[in-house]
Design a protein around this ligand. Structure first.
Ligand code: ZN
Length: 271
């Protein structure tokens, strides 16, 4: 026991408590630093991670969030995807294209928008050799995409973008040099666009053509331990197994306590 000025004893517990409190504060600062270092050095930096790292160390609990994102559509499978999402009351985000392969399905963009999902920009041609030849070529492609989809959605209002291959792809270096993605990301911001990658990959559009069960396993593997999941799925004529897996994907995230939202809703929640 120690004694204060008046000679009364002060429980040693208080000192232990103060020392432990100090240690906890130091530990929290170290964890905070490590957290930011990890995300600063991740190979897939994006808006989403930045937003998560900014809130994860705060006082309030971060809700578990999942954004289902469908790239490369619309396609012949879009109506089935929309039916499942409607039945399950799940909002999603569609990063659309306007290439030859899906030209006949572009009018389905109106259905996607009417159902309350988010439409976002991906690419008109989706041909890396074309779009990543130069920054001008990239923005010309985005302009073409907006023109192609403008009959079905207010294309000027679309402010979210996903770079084909992701923001850290290296395929682009072959065509536009090693600095092209960095320049495109800076230009996207100058144009008032948000861009986002993914942190959960269904691997549903790979050459191995995984079945529905494998797609769900891929997702569970990547989602494990994450409070915020941005899931990369595809909406093309080749990804029928994705449609088959979708009800189970939704059920799994629901069981794990996740809330479904669009990419822009997630951004609003985190800011
Ligand atoms: Zn794509």
């Amino acid at each position: 026991m120690r004694r204060n000025k008046k000679g009364k004893t002060v429980p040693q517990d208080l000192f232990v408590f103060l020392v432990l409190g100090l240690l906890a504060a130091v530990l929290a600062a170290v964890v905070h630093l490590l957290y930011h270092t990890e995300y600063a050095e991740t190979s897939t930096p994006n808006d989403c991670f930045a937003a998560v790292s900014a809130t994860a160390t705060g006082e309030t609990a971060v809700p578990k969030i999942v954004c289902l994102t469908f790239d490369d559509g619309p396609s012949a499978h879009t109506p089935e995807i929309l039916d499942i999402l409607e039945k399950e009351h799940v909002p999603a985000t569609f990063f659309v294209c306007a290439q030859d392969a899906n030209e006949a399905h572009l009018d389905k963009i109106a259905d996607i928008a009417a159902a309350g999902h988010q439409i976002a920009l991906h690419s008109a041609s989706h041909q890396y050799s074309k779009i990543y030849r130069s920054t001008d070529a990239f923005w010309q492609d985005i302009k073409q995409l907006r023109q192609a989809i403008s009959p079905y959605v207010d294309a000027d209002s679309l402010t979210w973008l996903r770079f084909p291959g992701g923001s850290t792809n290296t395929v682009s270096h072959k065509y536009g040099g090693s600095g092209i993605m960095k320049r495109l990301k800076a230009q996207a911001e100058e144009r008032g666009l948000h861009w986002i990658d993914w942190n959960v990959c269904a691997e549903d559009a790979t050459a191995s053509h995984p079945n529905a069960a494998q797609i769900l396993r891929n997702i569970r593997r990547d989602a494990d331990g994450r409070d915020t999941c941005v899931v990369l799925l595809h909406d093309t004529k080749a990804t029928g197994q994705t449609v088959k897996a979708l009800p189970d994907i939704i059920a799994w995230f629901r069981e794990q306590g996740y809330t479904f939202c669009t990419v822009s809703q997630m951004n609003d929640l985190q800011n």
